[in-house]
Ligand binder design. Structure first.
Ligand SMILES: [Zn+2]
Ligand SMILES: [Zn+2]
Length: 325
């Protein structure tokens, strides 16, 4: 299973300003003074070895992840934040496949919940408006149709929902019930978040991807999880809410998001192989996000010295092969 991260920022999209681009250019120019690279590949390896905030951004599109696997009958998307707009133009995405561009594509889309940052990209993709493409919308919330239909209200969007209605099919996921898409098993659990959200686990029997964003991680201690029903454990990749730094979390305990150390404690406890820190605070600069990552590694060394967990910041453009995770 390949995981493509099209968007991972929290709460709202973050554009990259002209001054930030100039700052990155200057930083790369300064680094280049000490480079002995003769080719682009050598230079790329050189700059990729430097802290990420010095050479690029951590991305600013909101949540959208694509799963690519031959075991499912169609590509699978999780959430439709502004990262879905990125996906619809990404040559590597199924949305740019000949099938979708000819109007013969079919995709499944799972929704963790329907806060703006997880649905706003839906109305932006031309593939949704092309006759004969098919989209299957899955959600545990009982009124997913009404929630998404609201996006097409004439006060906010010029095209009525009735135009896309023949191309979409809603699938109500029964609370607590697993479902299968071909060889992929999909499980979910309710999470603690204003309005409610759901974590999803996608497993092919050998590898598992778990998406657990928009949660403050309350009620996830062992007594609250039914034995054998813990979808979080032993994931190859756990995409986890790490919205706040521990300091910024103070007085924001009821915002429905976790802080860095909570996310790490949780990921280590659940034996994740790779922990992707997601839903980064949209007000954090690249330097502050780099600081979150540096602190994460220091914290693991200090508090979970025996853990072999790998930690990354989830960002637009990440491509993760679960076989290698
Ligand atoms: Zn969110
Ligand atoms: Zn939310």
């Amino acid at each position: 299973m390949i995981v493509r991260v099209h968007g991972a920022r929290g709460s709202h999209p973050v554009p990259t300003s002209k001054s930030r681009i100039e700052e990155i250019h200057k930083s790369i120019w300064e680094l280049a003074q000490n480079s002995k690279a003769n080719t682009w590949d050598e230079f790329k390896r050189f700059i990729d070895s430097k802290p990420r905030h010095l050479t690029q951004t951590f991305g600013g599109a909101t949540t959208c992840v694509e799963l690519e696997t031959s075991l499912a009958p169609m590509p699978i998307f999780i959430d439709a934040g502004s990262g879905l707009t990125v996906a619809c133009m990404d040559k590597a995405s199924a949305l740019q496949s000949p099938e979708f561009l000819r109007g013969k594509g079919e995709a499944a889309m799972f929704f963790t919940h329907t806060h703006w940052d997880h649905i706003s990209g839906l109305v932006t993709i031309p593939q949704l408006f092309m006759e004969n493409n098919r989209f299957h919308f899955y959600g545990v919330h009982s009124d997913l149709r009404g929630r998404l239909e609201g996006l097409f209200d004439a006060r906010y969007f010029p095209v009525p929902f009735s135009i896309i209605e023949p191309r979409v099919q809603f699938h109500q996921i029964a609370l607590g019930k697993s479902l299968r898409l071909g060889g992929i098993k999909v499980d979910h659990l309710p999470q603690s978040h204003p309005g409610g959200s759901f974590a999803y686990r996608f497993s092919d029997g050998k590898h598992a991807f778990v998406m657990a964003t928009d949660t403050d991680l309350k009620n996830t201690d062992r007594p609250h999880l039914v034995p054998g029903d813990n979808i979080y454990s032993n994931a190859n990749v756990l995409f986890i809410d790490a919205h706040f730094s521990p300091e910024d979390f103070i007085n924001k305990e009821d915002f429905g998001h976790a802080h860095l150390f909570q996310a790490i404690d949780f990921g280590v406890r659940e034996n994740a192989k790779m922990l992707y820190l997601a839903h980064q605070n949209p007000y954090y600069t690249d330097r502050e996000i780099q600081n979150q990552l540096d602190r994460a590694w220091d914290y693991v060394k200090k508090e979970h010295a025996s853990s072999k967990v790998e930690i990354r910041v989830a960002m637009d453009g990440d491509v993760i092969d679960l076989k290698k995770a």
